[in-house]
Design a protein around this ligand. Structure first.
Ligand code: GLY
Length: 574
């Protein structure tokens, strides 16, 4: 990314960066007009991997001035809200899983919430037909945003004042940054939707096509960020920002009210933890299905010699496909916001239950999804999202996945406030059996209810070895998220792959319904051919599945940070 900028701008940047004693002094020690993308770093003090190089740099800048991994994760998320509007957000939600230096593990839930006026049948017409247009696009598709509440909930584990963490984002929004070729392409394809779902035209609308090297300045977003800096979470859930959100709702017949915004709280959850061959795996509990699905899939392979079968062997791919199928059948039936629906987590992760789930597994042929029903519980007793992984030298490890749901969410930008609203309501089951945008189905467990949080697939994950951080991993990708984290972990823990190979090698995905194996460009045709003979259906090949950001701790204690090569993702460290 290269663009000539006037000399006075460079001087201004340098001067601002050289006044560290000033209140809200710039921590931005990088140049948003000239940057490159690094896919892998090895670092001794700390590392950040995210979907955009400027966001990763913002995180490392914060580490360098004494912040810990939580500080860096907050700064990176805020920067992503500016430089990666596809999924970085203020108007969405997310999850954070962290292991703190003293050994405590935490899980923060700042998932969006159904507004108070939401109800089970809100997307059905008079004939009971589901209207997925309304759940996926425009004002009615938005849940109450959780991200800002989540950032402040996380801040209690941070070291630096919030003002310092938000400063890089404010500078990037105010001064602008150079966009990449892929950002230009995606903004260009967005133009018709932007015009359709906005009456106040946002800065992203442009009459001539966006191109690589253009500068994106977001003045309204900068003002919103400044209000958050001055007033904290109340700068978003109250005052001017809340007023602008409610006004935007009125313009587009949306239902998020001032009361909804003021009621929103991030929640501390108990992480979903399980063992796998001596490693402790720490994941996100409900309302994300991610931790439990990963648990089910890993446990269903644990006692089989998958390493002996080999990476991308027919045997290994077939086994993993079958465990994915079974776990996702359970997702559809049993998983939802556990504050509203009794999710049988203990039973679904019970080893006997999972052994039983594999009873009809046949290594010679496919088990059709018509045969695999959700498991019978023994009576003994939830694609565009973004992930960031951060680690620091004190043993803090942070895994954050955050989302607007679809790319650019609802496609509605809050007029005057400059940020996209999510279309997360589509992650609810809007009608039993009606697939959401990822083709996933659900029922009662994930039905819409006011105040309830929609089931997610986000799988921010940590692997601990001897109770110390070993792997920090996660990815975007809708329902493919848990299977991509699963495959990345199996690649490292079982196939002994390098971190780069584990992340870059082609992936596959099965989610029970539709009954097909989705594969990525580069997936071996011979495996497809062999599995087709065994009764598997292969859907259309996809150009990419997931964008995994992975940090692994090396035997000498340094950090190997790898950013996915499927996008502009970048690893930074020092
Ligand atoms: N919106 C994608 C997810 O939460 O799973």
């Amino acid at each position: 990314m290269r663009k000539r900028i006037p000399a006075f701008v460079v001087v201004l940047l340098l001067l601002t960066a050289c006044k560290p004693t000033q209140k809200n002094a710039a921590v931005t020690t990088f140049d948003p007009y000239h940057y490159s993308i690094t896919k892998k770093v090895e670092a001794a003090n700390g590392a950040v991997v995210s979907a955009h190089p400027l966001a990763s740099k913002a995180g490392v800048a914060v580490l360098k001035i004494g912040g810990n991994a939580v500080d860096a994760a907050i700064a990176t998320q805020l920067a992503l809200a500016v430089v990666y509007p596809n999924a970085g957000n203020l108007g969405g939600g997310g999850f954070m899983v962290a292991r703190l230096s003293k050994g405590e593990t935490i899980a923060l839930d700042y998932r969006e919430m159904a507004p108070g006026a939401a109800h089970r049948d809100m997307y059905l017409d008079a004939n009971g037909t589901a209207n997925t247009q309304q759940s996926q696009l425009g004002h009615l598709s938005s849940g109450v945003p959780g991200t800002v509440a989540g950032l402040f909930a996380a801040h209690r584990y941070a070291k630096l004042p919030f003002e310092k963490l938000i400063q890089p984002a404010i500078e990037l929004a105010e001064r602008g940054f150079i966009i990449t070729a892929s950002e230009a392409r995606s903004l260009n394809s967005l133009q018709p939707d932007l015009k359709k779902y906005n009456s106040v035209m946002p800065v992203f609308v442009k009459e001539t096509p966006w191109k690589e090297g253009d500068t994106l300045v977001q003045a309204d977003l900068a003002k919103t960020l400044r209000r958050i800096r001055e007033k904290g979470a109340a700068g978003f859930y109250g005052g001017e920002t809340a007023r602008l959100i409610v006004e935007e709702m009125k313009r587009g017949s949306g239902i998020i009210s001032l009361d909804d915004l003021q009621q929103y709280r991030a929640k501390s959850r108990t992480p979903h933890v399980f063992d796998y061959k001596g490693y402790k795996i720490v994941g996100m509990p409900m309302p994300s299905s991610g931790g439990l699905l990963l648990n089910q899939m890993m446990k269903m392979i644990e006692h089989r010699d998958i390493a002996g079968m080999g990476f991308h062997s027919v045997g290994a791919v077939q086994l993993m496909t079958e465990v994915e199928r079974r776990a996702y059948a359970d997702r559809a039936e049993y998983m939802g916001d556990a504050d509203y629906y009794k999710v049988p987590v203990t039973m679904l992760s019970n080893e006997d239950y999972l052994k039983n789930r594999m009873k009809n597994y046949d290594p010679e042929r496919a088990t059709p999804s018509t045969v695999i029903k959700p498991g019978e519980l023994l009576r003994a007793e939830s694609e565009e999202t973004t992930h960031l992984s951060v680690i620091d030298k004190d043993g803090n490890a942070v895994s954050v996945t955050t989302t607007l749901n679809n790319s650019y969410g609802s496609r509605t930008v809050v007029g005057g406030a400059g940020f996209f609203l999510n279309d997360e309501m589509d992650d609810f089951s809007i009608k039993p059996g009606v697939p959401n945008m990822y083709g996933a189905v659900g029922g009662e467990a994930n039905a819409i209810k006011a105040g309830k949080r929609m089931l997610s697939s986000m799988t921010p994950t940590l692997v601990l070895k001897d109770n110390r951080p070993y792997i920090v991993v996660g990815t975007p990708g809708g329902t493919t998220i848990p299977t991509q984290v699963f495959q990345t972990l199996v690649n490292i823990l079982e196939f002994n792959m390098s971190t780069e190979d584990a992340v870059f090698k082609p992936k596959f995905h099965h989610q029970w319904l539709p009954d097909e194996v989705m594969t990525e460009k580069g997936f071996p045709p011979a495996v497809k051919e062999a599995m087709t003979k065994m009764g598997y259906n292969f859907g259309k090949e996809r150009s990419g599945i997931g964008r995994t950001e992975c940090i692994k701790v090396l035997p000498d204690g340094r950090f190997e940070a790898v950013a996915d090569n499927r996008g502009d993702d970048a690893a930074e460290g020092y």
